[in-house]
Design a protein around this ligand. Structure first.
Ligand code: HEC
Length: 120
């Protein structure tokens, strides 16, 4: 029971910090610059849609929780380059996450005029 309470309190603090990040547009703006400077876009796309020929997976929509994001940058599971504290510090990591979770989905094909014509 104690363990369950601990897990619940950790989870609620994770979601609470998540909500604070999402509400900070300045953090997301700084994160966007970091996403470009650190070449994240080259493997994950500028809208998190994933890279060509599986360079990197889709990371938006449905971004991973912050803890998983941090783990992946600090100790990547497989092919992704590692981003140590010297390269991306903890504050920058939070800004990057704020950007990723606030990315805008690309428009639906039906909303793109040129494609609308093609689909007729
Ligand atoms: C050279 C290509 C490359 C670059 C640059 C790169 N990634 Fe990745 N990323 C990957 C690959 C490949 C994976 C799949 C897991 C692995 O190989 O470690 C991944 C996985 C991820 C995941 C986990 C996705 C999931 O569904 O679990 C996140 C989040 C992520 N990257 C964010 C970033 C961020 C933020 C940056 C920039 C600071 C970045 N990546 C830079 C290739 C890249």
């Amino acid at each position: 029971m104690k363990k369950l309470m601990l897990i619940l309190s950790v989870l609620s603090s994770v979601f609470a910090s998540h909500a604070v990040q999402a509400a900070d547009p300045e953090a997301a703006k700084r994160g966007e610059a970091l996403f470009m400077q650190n070449q994240c876009f080259s493997c994950h796309g500028t809208q998190g849609q994933g890279g060509e020929r599986n360079a990197g997976p889709k990371i938006f929509p449905n971004p991973t929780p912050f803890v998983a994001f941090e783990l992946q940058l600090r100790t990547p599971r497989n092919l992704m380059p590692r981003y140590s504290v010297q390269v991306v510090n903890d504050a920058q990591l939070k800004d990057l996450y704020a950007y990723v979770e606030n990315m805008q989905p690309s428009p639906n094909a039906a909303q793109i005029p040129l494609l609308q014509q093609a689909m007729r």
